[in-house]
Write a protein that binds this ligand. Structure first.
Ligand SMILES: NC(=O)c1ccc[n+]([C@@H]2O[C@H](COP(=O)([O-])OP(=O)(O)OC[C@H]3O[C@@H](n4cnc5c(N)ncnc54)[C@H](OP(=O)(O)O)[C@@H]3O)[C@@H](O)[C@H]2O)c1
Length: 312
């Protein structure tokens, strides 16, 4: 294993930090591609100038401007930033792979369950049609098509369509933790909409699974096999904090805070099934929402970035 390097674009973020810990724990060297230089990172312009580091065995694309940033208005400028931060970075990684004399064995790229149109009951597997109809679906289509470029030069390619990633230090839980801790949490809107989710450890393990298993290729839904609604999530998260979770966040408030198009990510959902993921042999550590929430509840909370706590 020594001397095998994994390059992660956007690896400094919420998922990337957990994934880097797991990869290092498993014996890989990790190089992060970032907008800012650092000890274990390189910049996008250095990647373009010098190409992939020697011994790169896998390349992973995780960069992306946070879409649900409440401080940013959902205007054309921000939409362009959201798009460019995913497509341009994935393109840079794909080009670096194409230019590399010795190719890595795999390119694993991220996409989102926003690929599937929101629907109250329709079930979506990786084989379902999608990728059009709204801003997010079209973004996913373009993001995924750039990610396929390395396949043209014979590099195995995997796209992980991730649901909401749940972990204490980032993403949705970091934003909801205080309201729920003070008993002010609850479902979004009616609470009946599906919430495709996955625990942080499992999404990191799924990336590792995609890197290490040569038979894995194409699209994998990065979601838990146990489907829940927004109401069921609120109940489980509240229970793990020993708090009631009955105060709903009304749909009109989401619309005001995020703008109606972006608010649909919270107020409407998709019933997403990880069929290919399960068929590929992936085994979840936190398949149900109760065990997932208990992992980051304060009574049993252990640092979810500690590599000792994320294992294969
Ligand atoms: N977290 C979730 O629940 C979730 C769900 C579905 C899909 N995803 C996708 O998974 C990927 C990783 O998610 P995450 O939660 O780990 O994201 P994150 O922590 O918000 O960001 C990941 C990294 O993206 C880079 N980045 C941010 N804004 C950028 C910009 N404008 N231009 C270029 N790079 C930028 C940053 O790296 P530097 O600052 O080092 O440049 C950041 O560390 C994202 O593409 C996201 O869309 C996440």
């Amino acid at each position: 294993m020594a001397g095998k390097t994994v390059v992660i674009g956007g690896g400094s973020g919420f998922i990337g930090t957990a994934l880097s810990s797991l990869l290092r724990h498993c014996g890989y060297d990790v190089v992060i591609v970032s907008r800012v230089p650092g000890a274990f990172s390189t910049t996008w312009s250095d990647l373009e100038r010098h190409g992939l580091p020697k011994n790169t065995t896998a390349v992973i694309s995780l960069a992306g401007q946070n879409i649900l940033d409440f401080k940013r208005r959902w205007n054309p400028g921000f939409q362009q930033t959201v798009r460019a931060s995913r497509i341009n970075t994935s393109h840079s990684l794909a080009m670096a792979i194409q230019r590399a004399e010795i190719k890595p064995s795999v390119f694993v790229s991220t996409s989102g369950v926003g690929y599937y149109p929101p629907h109250p009951s329709k079930e979506y597997t990786e084989y379902s049609a999608g990728g059009k109809g709204d801003y997010f679906a079209e973004l996913c289509t373009d993001w995924e098509s750039v990610a396929k470029l390395p396949a043209e030069v014979g590099v195995r390619q995997v796209t992980i369509r991730s649901g909401v990633v749940l972990g204490r230090r980032g993403g949705m839980i970091a934003q909801l933790y205080l309201p729920f801790f003070f008993g002010m949490g609850g479902p979004v809107g009616s609470g009946q909409q599906y919430l495709p989710w996955i625990h942080l450890h499992d999404i990191a393990r799924l990336f590792l699974h995609a890197v290490e298993n040569e038979q894995v290729e194409g699209v994998l839904n990065g979601v838990s096999p146990n489907l829940i609604t927004s109401k069921e999530f609120a109940r489980a998260f509240g229970a793990s904090l020993w708090r009631p979770a009955v105060i709903p966040l009304p749909e009109f408030v989401c619309n005001i805070l995020l703008g109606p198009e972006r608010a649909r990510m919270l107020t409407e959902g998709q019933k997403v099934i990880p069929k290919r993921t399960l068929d590929s042999g992936f085994v979840y550590k936190f398949p149900d929402i109760r065990s997932a929430c208990q992992e980051f509840c304060p009574l049993v909370y252990t640092d979810d970035l500690d590599p000792a706590n994320i294992s294969r």
